[in-house]
Structure formats: C-alpha cells, structure tokens
Design a protein around this ligand. Sequence first.
Ligand code: CA
Length: 236
Amino acid sequence: MTEKILIVEDEPTLQETIAYNLKKQGYEVEIVGNGHAALEAARTLNPNLLLLDIMLPGLDGFEITRILRREMNIPIIMLTARDDEIDRVVGLEMGADDYLAKPFSMRELMARVKAQLRRSRLHKKEIEKYAEKNAPQETLNFGELVINTTRHEITLHNKALSLKPKEYELLLFFAEHRGQMLSRSLILERVWGWNYIGDSRTVDVHIRWLRKKIEDDPSKPKRIITVRGGGYRFEG
Ligand code: CA
C-alpha cells in the first residue's frame, strides 16, 4: 500500500520541492499551507506521516503537534527556519518524532522520512501482535474438534484444518445448534442466505467436504449425522 505523507508548509517553492522528491520515492503526497487546514487534513486524510513547518499562518507547528498528539499516533517531522536549540527541545517535548532545520538537503529529508515510516510500521505491528495475543479467545470444544471463533480456526487432534469460508460457516452453524435436527432448507437459508439461488444439493456437497475434513471416517460419520428424510444433526 502506498504511504501517504501530509506536507504542511507555507512556502510554495519548498512545498513543491518536497512534494516532487517524495513522489519520486513513490509516496502519495498531500499539501496544505496553513495551520487550520493542517488539522483538518491530518484528521480526514489519515496520512502515514506529517512533515510540519513550525512558522505557519493560523496555528503554528507546535500547537498542531500538541493537538494531534492527543488524537492520533502519527509520526511528525518538524521543519523549521531557525536552527534553534529551544525550538528543537520544545518540538520534541510537544511530541514531534524528529526535527529538521532549514535549509536541509532533500536526501537528508528522505532518509528521515524513511526512518520514521519504518519505525511507525514496526510499532503498529507490535501493537497488533500484542492485541492479538491478549484478545479473549472464544472457543467451542467438541472433544478433539475445537473451533476458535475469534481466529476463525479449526483444529482437529491439535492440527489446524484448512476450511473454505462456507465450510467454516456451516460448521459454526452446526456447532451453535448441537444436537438439533437441521433441515437442508434451514441450513441453506441461514448459511447461504435468503437470496442464494441454488438447491439443497449445495448443502449435501458441502457436508460431504466438511465430513472429509472433520470425521475420522467420512464414510461412517459420527459428528455430522444424516437424519433420514429430514436433514442433518451435529453431534459434536
Ligand atoms: Ca513557514
């Protein structure tokens, strides 16, 4: 996916030069020239990184950083005309991730952008991993057959089964109605939906496939039982 960079800069020449160089690196670029537009654009365009000039019409870069830091976790590189130690400290304290004093080389800027984006991607991955690890796992257990409804994973004898989406939905529907006789038409309606154009043979075919995967002996099914003249019953 192309990463999007929001340039907040009020000098037209610098805007253009930065945008040109970023596009050449394959980034998508959006440009705004004042503080209020910067807030609006950061909120609506969902950029991956913000290049933020400090001296801007409207809100200045410090104020923008202070506001955005409370709302989103986006890497911010501040750009300033003054190579002033105070600005640098204030900028970083406000929550900027990096700081570049004008005039800077485009090469330097590109390197900083790349580094911040890499850091941000790693950070996102870590958060996702953490969230996944700590998410409550909902499972339905039928002896050796376990359905993890959080991860949409099925294991049989501790081995992961590869089920097609409809097979998974069908098994889940059975699992939620264990012990009940389910007619082909009910299964068709609930798993395939009202609008599905097809007949009950669709159900039979999918059950045959499912049995191959979840039955120890598909020719003598013990989990999904055929009910004569009726439909199917899931025994677990
Ligand atoms: Ca400026």
